[in-house]
Design a protein around this ligand. Structure first.
Ligand code: SAH
Length: 409
């Protein structure tokens, strides 16, 4: 065993001791694999998936692969003796496995959750019981800004009435003055969704901000934001490198969420158009553009497929399509519209390489070749891998383009 493997194994042994619930939780199903081994396994899997298209670059690893999750969720409940417990649902059940600390979650967030549980006793606040419907606190969600250090605590309650609210806030802030905002979210339905529709800000601004690639982004309780900020910067930098913008391009940022990729690309582009289905995310995206003083970007709330069909019908000229669909991948109408519009480049960012290759099959039937791809390890200690692919229109930069037959793996 070389030094690195020895260090990894030692680190993992200590992780195992640190996490007595690893067998039940399922959150980090690769806890017992040395990090180097995890990376090689992910690379091998991705290489196999991509074998018809392109030989991947070496995977982008996380230097310190622990405590990376900036969003931490704990479910609250009671044990048989009516003691308050907090933790995670045992995989596939509604049984709560008590957890005080987790090796992939932000440590401060875990500490705050333990403090809230402690305060509940002195405030006589009961945790919600799913069977009886009795009790107040259902979940706690904590989001942290990696660069700004801002912390948002979301208390998910079964009822809008929170007795001794002000004193509870005071007591929590005394223990954790680093908290910058506290929001009450009311969820009185029996649903597997954590957050309900009603929100009340009880301390601070109701959102936090974080910085990615030099731009500031607002994060509300419900908006999508990548959970591993350190690796997200590397992912976005790779996507931009693949896009190779020169300042003259018309760029589409499809499935844009709160507009992160498009805004980071905007400095190097003539114009950026972002499209996203979720209205809250589009609102955040517009605010983010304003806050960063970006003028050459517009956001549209629409289904990305429908939007691209319209663009293709209007014969819009697009140079680069950057797309980052959800796990289910993109749609036939989106992909066919890309083929009709013929951008020079498509940068496909995927959190599910299996749907990525399904979509690549359509895009590479004619006109496009995958010229570069790489896996980015956004989720150490799990079997998930994020991927970035560059597709280029055939006829340009021929020497760099792989054909299906000349890739040797
Ligand atoms: N690019 C963003 C978000 C990626 S997550 C980032 O890096 O932060 C995928 C996004 O696709 C989510 O914001 C989701 O709301 C959005 N989405 C899902 N289906 C969509 C559709 N049919 N049309 C447009 N956006 C969609």
């Amino acid at each position: 065993m070389n030094n690195k493997n020895r260090r990894d194994r030692k680190q993992n042994d200590s992780f195992k001791q640190l996490c007595p619930v690893s067998g039940k939780c399922g959150g980090c199903n690769w806890i017992d694999k040395p990090y180097e081994e995890q990376l090689r396994a992910k690379e091998k899997w991705f290489q196999e998936l991509m074998k018809l298209y392109c030989k991947p670059e070496p995977a982008i690893a996380m230097e310190e692969p622990a405590h990376y999750r900036n969003k931490v969720h704990a479910v609250f409940g009671e044990d048989r003796k009516h003691n308050t417990i907090s933790g995670i649902y045992e995989a596939g059940t509604h049984r709560i496995v008590p957890v005080d600390s987790c090796l992939i979650e932000n440590q401060k967030a875990d500490e705050i959750i333990v403090s809230i549980r402690g305060l509940m006793k002195s405030f006589k606040m009961r945790a919600y019981n799913e069977d009886t419907g009795y009790g107040l606190l259902r979940h706690v969600l904590i989001r942290t800004g990696h660069v700004t250090g801002q912390i948002m605590v979301v208390l998910v309650l079964s009822s809008p009435v929170m007795p001794s609210k002000n004193n509870f806030v005071k007591a929590l802030l005394k223990l954790h003055p680093e908290i910058t905002t506290i929001v009450v979210n009311v969820n009185n339905r029996s649903t597997s969704m954590v957050l309900g529709d009603k929100e009340q800000v009880i301390y601070g601004k109701g959102y936090i901000e974080d910085v990615l690639c030099g731009k500031t982004f607002r994060i509300s309780p419900k908006s999508f934001y990548q959970v591993n900020p350190v690796q997200t910067e590397k992912l976005y930098k790779k996507a931009l490198e693949y896009a190779g913008l020169t300042g003259k391009e018309m760029v589409v940022d499809a499935y844009c969420g709160t507009g992160t990729i498009g805004m980071i690309a905007s400095d190097g582009a003539k114009q950026v158009i972002g499209v996203e289905l979720n209205g809250d995310a589009v609102r955040d995206a517009r605010n983010n553009a304003k806050k960063n003083g970006i003028k050459n970007i517009q956001f549209y709330q629409n289904d990305a497929g429908k939007f691209l069909v319209e663009m293709a019908e209007q014969e819009a000229k697009v140079d680069v399509v950057m797309m980052d669909p959800p796990r289910s991948g993109s749609s036939e109408e989106f992909l066919q519209s890309v083929l009709r519009m013929k951008p020079e480049k498509v940068v496909y960012i995927s959190c599910n390489p299996e749907t990525l290759v399904r979509d690549l099959k359509i895009l590479t039937k004619r006109d496009y070749k995958v010229t570069k791809c790489v896996g980015v390890d956004m989720f150490p200690f799990t079997d998930s891998l994020e991927a970035v692919c560059l597709l280029e229109k055939m006829g340009i930069r021929k020497s760099k383009i792989y054909s299906r037959t000349d890739v040797v793996i």
